[in-house]
Design a protein. Sequence first.
Length: 253
Amino acid sequence: MQIDDEDGIRTITFDRPDALNAFTPDAAVALADALAEVSPEEYDAVVLTGEGDAFSAGGDLQAMAERDETAEEAFDRVQETLGRVVEEALTARVPIVAKVNGDAVGAGLAVTAVSDLAYAAESASFSCAFVRVGLVPDTGGTFLLPKLVGLRTAKQLAFTAEFFSAEEAVEYDLINRAVPDDELDDAVDELLETLGKRPTKTLGLAKRAIHENMGRHWREALDHELHTQTLAYGTAEHEEGVRAFLDGEEPEF
C-alpha cells in the first residue's frame, strides 16, 4: 500500500500490480489505518487507485488457498480486515474518491461502492465475482450494492458474477463517470479541485447524515438531518460562506 500526501489530498495506491492489486489481510489493515488517520483539518479528500493495469482484483486467491481456519476465525479475520475498511470509509470525515484505473473485481468492486464518489477509465471492467469462488459478497457488498444499483440489479450482479463495462457501471449508478483512459487523471484532478473549494467539515457532516439516515424511518431521518444542520449552522465554514455570498466573493474555506 503506497500512501502519498500532497496539497491536502491523501492518495492511497494499491501496489501489488503482479497480483492485480489483490488484497491481503495486511493490505486491508493498512488501508483501514490510512483512512482512519484522515481528518478534515488536514485533508480535503482521499483518492483510492491502483498501480498498473488493475484497480483491484479483490481478495488474494493464493492466500485463500493456503488458509486453514475455523468459521469463527474466518469471521474475526474478515471483520478485522475488509470489515474495518468499510467502517473507516463510511465514517471518514472527508470525501473518498475511487479513481478506478482498471478492473475492479470482488472486493475491488465493493471498495468502489463504499467510496463516496467514483470515476473510472472507460476500459475498466467490473464484476461482483464472489460466487465464482463460492463466497457471498463482502466488504459491504450485500449492504451497499442494493442501495446503489437497486435490488434486482444487485441480485443479478451477485448471482451471475458477470463482467460489465464502465459505461454500464454508470448506468447502474455504481460509479459517477466513465472517461477515456488518458483523461482519468485530469477528470479526478478537476473533481478534487472542486472538493477543495468546498468546506470539508461541512462535507463530512453531510456524509455522516446521509449514511446514518439510510436505514431510518423518514421522521427519524428528518430529525437527524435537523440535528446535523444545527451543527453546521455553528461552524466557521457557514459564517464564511454567508459572508462571501453577501460580499459577492468566493468563500475561503
